[in-house]
Design a binder for this molecule. Sequence first.
Ligand code: HEM
Length: 294
Amino acid sequence: AQSGILLESCKAGIFLEANVVDVSLLANASRQFIAQLTELQTQYSDAHLGATVAFGDRVWKQLTGADSAPELKPFTALGKGNLSAPATQYDLLIHIQSNRPDVNFSVAQSAFNVFQSAVKFQQEIHGFRWIEERDLTGFIDGTENPKDEQRAKVGLIATGDDADGSYVFTQRWVHQLDKWSKLSVAKQEDVIGRTKPDSVELDDVPATSHVGRVDIKENGEGLKILRQSLPYGTVTGEHGLFFISYCAKLHNIEQQLLSMFGEVDGKTDRLLGFTKPVTGAYYFAPSLEKLKAL
Ligand code: HEM
């Protein structure tokens, strides 16, 4: 699998999204990027450095034909009015993460250099791990994330031609912390569905709380995803969560989104009153082997 998918608790990440202008240059650029990444991983072996290159539906079909990643499709808008998720499907995602923002910056420079003639960059977000792995709402983010060997089970396709590949979803959220901070801690806990100091699930999780919306069972089994989101932004300007999740099944991510944005039972996630998504895109991250062989 690509090295950026399964890493745990990295201190910082960079998210680059781009549209492809010359698809014929992508294969070579990807190989060059992996070579330069490997060098930096050796040079900074203490950094726990990893990165993922992933492709949107349009480009992935051009690169490989229709058989690979059958679940891949463009992300389309969900919900209504001010409780909606816009679609900003791009063609290419580069996700870099490690314990060293300085090393991440070098990897991003490397990505920029090798991909710039093939793509037009659309978004660059630098994320940081905040105190105690909390989101900027003050709640611990990642408590129910799969751990250890469960990460690969949830995050990577197990068998077949796409083995070790992963479906990816990115969504940048802008928080309204002024509004959020006016809620009492008890009310905030009702919105999330967990306690604030220590992230314990409430005895009675409200159906419209965040956890109530995304903790979904299908045929008795929980729909799991692997989240690698990070807070981003500035104190005086825009800030929020850069949400990113990996999964062996795009279906799991999609069901959670449908449930959050009122497309299952009409109920929406109460978080949407305090934070808004401003981008949204699906990608496929092929195995390292497949990426090198494009
Ligand atoms: C759980 C925050 C968006 C999926 C949580 C938790 C927090 C949180 C605080 C509880 C602790 C934990 O288990 O990690 C946020 C914020 C978001 C956001 C601030 C956006 C601003 C999303 C989106 C999805 C999602 C878009 C799905 C596509 C999940 C899942 C869980 C979770 C699967 C674990 C639920 C469980 O099994 O208990 N999130 N989240 N989250 N979130 Fe989010």
